[in-house]
Ligand binder design. Structure first.
Ligand SMILES: NC(=O)c1ccc[n+]([C@@H]2O[C@H](COP(=O)([O-])OP(=O)(O)OC[C@H]3O[C@@H](n4cnc5c(N)ncnc54)[C@H](OP(=O)(O)O)[C@@H]3O)[C@@H](O)[C@H]2O)c1
Length: 320
């Protein structure tokens, strides 16, 4: 009922907070919610805006389109290559971004909703893109976010785009022993692709719940959000039910992007919290996430993910 009410009767506030002087990275910003969030952030005066995209031609088109609609100076927006299905690409992006003078916002928006099984980097692709690489990039850039906090006496935001649908799975994989959670998610015979996208969005929430306390005194604000069901290209490879739901209920992409911008602009009061309809709203988290079972699953998932991240980039979790 909350979902229907939100979709039909609530419109997140139009973003007005200035991003002047700030450096902002938006992943997956050539289209969809990421592009509309980038457009708001450009309009709100950011000094540097990096469109982190896997298709740089599409990124250049988005840059031109955003410049033409906001009038922002052509020096503001840069298009950088980032493919979350490749750890080498994530590492190369992070190396480059670590050389920036500052990072005020890392808005991790890129994601997929694949209906068919395939692999990237030895894991099921949705898990690689939406979960492993998303947190790989986050942890690789944490030192820069923390340094920005110290040097500029500010509170940089690390913002993860999740979804309402994190509550639309029972997550049976979470009942596995810790070291079997990802193998069960990854196996061609054991992967439940019907619930894969919701599961990936749940994993994001569970990991943020574990990371937030570790970052409590870092100066970095970590938050996670639900944009609501929105028109975008997300269901291009996804389940048909998403298309049907969208037809009846979806928000305009720009309207959905407002919660991305609200989270990217939010202060320390949003640390570790879930943003929904443009505001912090922990009550919108699923009952499972708020339960003891959810806390136990959260601990196991983080343990399993941190083991994977350490193999990809030894010493990485020391960045927390
Ligand atoms: N739309 C909704 O109703 C809705 C609801 C809740 C949450 N979300 C979340 O919102 C975020 C944005 O989705 P959207 O709806 O705007 O979908 P979208 O229109 O499909 O945009 C997704 C973006 O992610 C990029 N991307 C996909 N795979 C990538 C990879 N391997 N490396 C780098 N970038 C990659 C896409 O690039 P390409 O254009 O090159 O594919 C695109 O820029 C996702 O995290 C999604 O889960 C969406």
């Amino acid at each position: 009922m909350g979902f229907l009410y939100s979709q039909l009767f609530v419109t997140p506030a139009y973003p007005t907070r200035s991003f002047a002087g700030e450096t902002v990275i938006v992943t997956g910003s050539n289209t969809g919610l990421g592009k509309e969030a980038a457009r708001h952030i450009a309009r709100l005066g950011t000094s540097k805006l990096i469109l982190a995209v896997r298709n740089t031609k599409a990124g250049e088109d988005a840059k031109k389109n955003i410049e033409s609609t906001t009038g922002c100076d052509p020096s503001v927006i840069e298009v950088w290559s980032l493919d979350l299905s490749s750890y080498d690409s994530v590492k190369a992006f992070a190396d480059r971004a670590s050389k920036l003078q500052r990072i005020d916002v890392l808005l991790e928006n890129a994601g997929i909703a694949a209906a068919k099984y395939s692999q990237a980097e030895g894991h099921e692709r949705t898990i690689t893109v939406n979960v492993i690489s998303t947190f790989l990039l986050a942890l690789l850039l944490l030192p820069k976010l923390k340094a920005t906090a110290r040097q500029f006496n500010t509170s940089p935001r690390l913002t993860i785009v999740s979804s309402e649908v994190h509550g639309w799975t029972k997550f049976p994989e979470g009942k596995q022993p810790t070291d079997q959670i990802f193998p069960t998610l990854d196996g061609e015979k054991t992967a439940n692709m019907g619930e894969r996208y919701p599961t990936s969005k749940l994993l994001e929430v569970l990991v943020v719940k574990q990371l937030a306390p570790k970052l409590a005194s870092s100066g970095v604000t970590l938050n996670i959000l639900n944009p609501g069901l929105c028109h975008s290209e997300l269901s291009r490879d996804g389940p048909l039910f998403l298309e049907v739901l969208k037809f009846f209920l979806a928000r305009r992409t720009e309207v959905g992007s407002r919660t991305l911008v609200a989270s990217a602009a939010a202060g320390p009061e949003s640390h570790g919290k879930y943003m929904h309809d443009g505001k912090v709203d922990e009550s919108a988290l699923s009952p499972f996430v708020r339960s003891k079972d959810g806390e136990a699953a959260s601990q196991k998932v983080w343990q399993a993910l941190s083991d994977i991240l350490e193999k990809i980039s030894p010493g990485l979790t020391a960045n927390l």
